[in-house]
Design a protein around this ligand. Structure first.
Ligand code: B12
Ligand code: SF4
Length: 467
């Protein structure tokens, strides 16, 4: 399927009149159309969707918009909800997909198409591979739903769907609705969701790492919400659940990209007393005053993509925000302010050697990283890295694109050695003695529990599991 921009342009000349038209059409609907929203579980053999899972903000944003005009049923297979065999009560089946659950999403799409439903596929994978996704649905939504919603909803009401919905320009984030969790929380299994409240302050990341999908989806843009709107959302949850019980998890691609916005946001958050965690790029965490502000504003965990201890590797993936000589400083600044670190490390790069594992082990142990997470390099479809690596990839089975499968043989090491060392490193880092060393002096909280679970899990690992 080719994307034809003329096909996706609005029938009315301005966004405001298109919205007015939609409101009129919606009010004329005799019965509201019924949407089934689906978050598919992955078929992956690894533990990606097991235990407590985070609330899917992507599909929640779809339900927030759809729920205003249509009747919505929300199904999350990861928590045990099931897609009904008979879909006769629904008009539209809308499915979100990343690469690791794409084959499941496609199977659900095919099943719904077989019952003559309007099927909409959205999310990272259908965006990156819209032609492939188009084989399993009526329409693909390219990128965020907010920027195409008026046109999409109008076409659903009129029953005249296009193959692809792609915005010519992205809407400013101020127009973003406050996420409405009611549809997601209606499930009897909702207790399986993590208690962390997902929240969004910014979207996009102009850094441009060649393995990341964000630059393709959002280009070089970095949009932010008004700080007051983010705070209002936080206060709303504090009132709803009680201040002590609320902890927020930022879903931003790179929340700290604009330091002025980020520090202003944190100063304001410090005033309302929140607890939060986020995925943060290292670009300015080496400054002690930022770590101090993060701690003061209630940050208890930061997830940091250290990725590699090899400077050649960092250069090869264009991870310009990571400077090796800052790694130690970033860690000690955060620790001084009581912030635990979830550190991400990737293996399988061409520059990796057996020494890379030892370097990573030493860094983790010497710096007492509380929660190290290890993955294997996975070129995701649609990224420049994927195009570069395609001839060397061992398989195109999307179920294995979960960052826990062996994708290609690195130049400086055999696949066998890679997996052997990968398993050994995880076992070493999570063995009892290592946990005691890494966690020495840390408060007794859920991070200890995670370490205990990882200890049990890593004992069972074998290299074959990653094939
Ligand atoms: C926060 C985050 C996480 C969090 C929370 C994940 C969650 N449950 O939502 C955590 C840390 C748990 C996580 C885990 C993982 N993540 Co992650 N994560 C992200 C991140 C940074 C933001 C996702 C997000 O919530 N954004 C905010 C929402 C509102 O925006 P959105 O997801 O883009 O959704 C919009 C559109 O896509 C669209 N849309 C989405 N779905 C649908 C459906 C329909 C029908 C329609 C019409 C529209 C639509 O509208 C939405 C609203 O605007 C993304 C980067 C990114 N930009 O996608 C990576 C990203 C999704 N993660 C990625 C990966 C690889 C993983 C892991 C496999 C890592 C690992 N080894 O553990 C796991 C897999 C977890 C899982 N089961 O899916 C990759 C996925 C690549 C791919 N091609 O699939 C991404 C894209 C980062 C990258 N490397 O490029 N992740
Ligand atoms: S810094 Fe993070 S979000 Fe930005 S392009 Fe690189 S990997 Fe993607």
């Amino acid at each position: 399927m080719q994307i034809d921009q003329s096909e996706t342009s609005l029938p009315l000349d301005s966004a405001a009149s298109a919205e007015k038209h939609l409101r009129e059409l919606a009010s004329e609907q005799k019965t509201r159309k019924k949407w089934l929203l689906v978050q598919p579980a992955s078929n992956t053999s690894m533990m990606v969707d097991s235990g407590t899972v985070s609330m899917p903000l992507n599909l929640i944003m779809v339900s927030t918009l759809a729920g205003e005009l249509f009747d919505v049923t929300f199904i999350d297979e990861r928590i045990g909800d099931t897609v009904p065999g008979d879909l006769s009560e629904y008009d539209v089946v809308a499915i979100t997909s990343r690469t690791l659950n794409a084959s499941k999403a496609y199977a659900i799409g095919d099943h719904a198409l077989g019952q003559d439903k309007t099927v909409i596929l959205g999310g990272v994978h259908p965006t990156m591979l819209h032609e492939e996704a188009g084989e399993h649905c009526t329409s693909v939504v390219y990128g965020e739903i907010e920027s195409v919603w008026t046109e999409l909803a109008t076409d659903v009401i009129l029953g005249s769907m296009k193959e692809v919905y792609r915005a010519e320009t992205l809407k400013p984030m101020e127009t973003m609705r406050r996420p409405d969790f009611t549809h997601a929380l209606r499930s009897k299994q909702a207790k399986k969701y993590s208690a962390l409240i997902p929240i969004l302050a910014t979207k996009g990341c102009p850094v441009g790492c060649n393995f990341c999908t964000t630059p393709t989806i959002y280009g070089k843009s970095h949009r932010s919400r008004e700080i007051d709107l983010v705070l209002d959302e936080m206060r709303y949850h504090q009132e709803r659940l009680g201040k002590k019980n609320v902890s927020f998890s930022f879903m931003d691609d790179n929340i700290s990209f604009k330091p002025k916005f980020f520090t202003e946001l944190l100063e304001e958050m410090a005033k309302i007393g929140v607890r939060w965690n986020a995925n943060i790029s290292m670009n300015f965490l080496h400054k002690p005053e930022i770590a101090e502000l993060a701690g003061r504003s209630g940050c208890d965990l930061m997830s940091i993509g250290f990725e590699s201890l090899n400077p050649e590797t960092l250069k090869s993936v264009h991870k310009g925000s990571n400077r090796l000589d800052n790694y130690g400083k970033v860690v000690s600044n955060l620790h001084k302010n009581g912030i635990a670190i979830q550190g991400y490390f990737m293996f399988g790069f061409d520059n990796d050697s057996e020494e890379s594992f030892q370097l990573t082990y030493d860094f983790i142990m010497d710096n007492q990283i509380e929660f190290p997470v290890f993955s294997l390099v996975t070129p995701f479809p649609g990224t420049p890295y994927y195009d570069e690596m395609k001839p060397r990839l061992r398989h195109f089975d999307w179920d294995k694109y979960d960052t826990y499968h062996y994708m290609f043989e690195p130049t400086n090491m055999s696949g066998e050695k890679l997996l052997e060392n990968f398993v050994k490193l995880q076992r070493e880092v999570y063995k009892g003695r290592s946990i005691m060393r890494r966690m020495k002096g840390k408060p007794l909280n859920w991070v200890w529990f995670v370490n205990y679970m990882m200890h049990r899990f890593t004992k069972k690992l074998t290299p074959e599991m990653y094939l």
